[in-house]
Ligand binder design. Structure first.
Ligand SMILES: [Zn+2]
Length: 121
């Protein structure tokens, strides 16, 4: 139950961050289709500001492990680092635990805090 609660709370915050990104003109899709290929194909073209998403497999992983991988991209591939930075900023604004190594080939990871706590036992 605790795990489910953490999942719901974190998910709500991520959805708020996505809403904020939409206000900046970024295309943001939640739990969108099954995989990276389907999600990005469907969202393209995302336009000048780029797009962010997580897909069904990411969502399953999030439910099970408390780790949500969020993808980001632009139509040309150029400037995807800027999209990623905006994504990380929006997630930080919601006080989420975010990991990203600055590599545009790596997805942004959000960890459910309560899940981490639970794992210490
Ligand atoms: Zn797919």
């Amino acid at each position: 139950m605790k795990q489910l609660f953490a999942y719901e709370t974190t998910r709500r915050k991520v959805r708020r961050a996505f809403a904020a990104l939409r206000e900046q003109g970024i295309k943001a899709k939640e739990n969108h289709l099954c995989c990276t290929t389907c999600a990005t194909d469907d969202m393209s073209p995302v336009g000048r500001r780029g797009g962010v998403y997580w897909h069904g497999q990411n969502d399953d992983n999030f439910r099970e492990d408390g780790e949500l991988y969020i993808g980001f991209f632009t139509d040309s591939g150029k400037g995807s680092d800027v999209v990623a930075k905006k994504l990380v900023d929006a997630l930080h604004s919601e006080r989420l635990v975010v990991e990203w190594n600055g590599d545009t080939g790596t997805k942004v990871l959000v960890r459910s805090k309560k899940k981490e706590k639970r794992e210490r036992y």
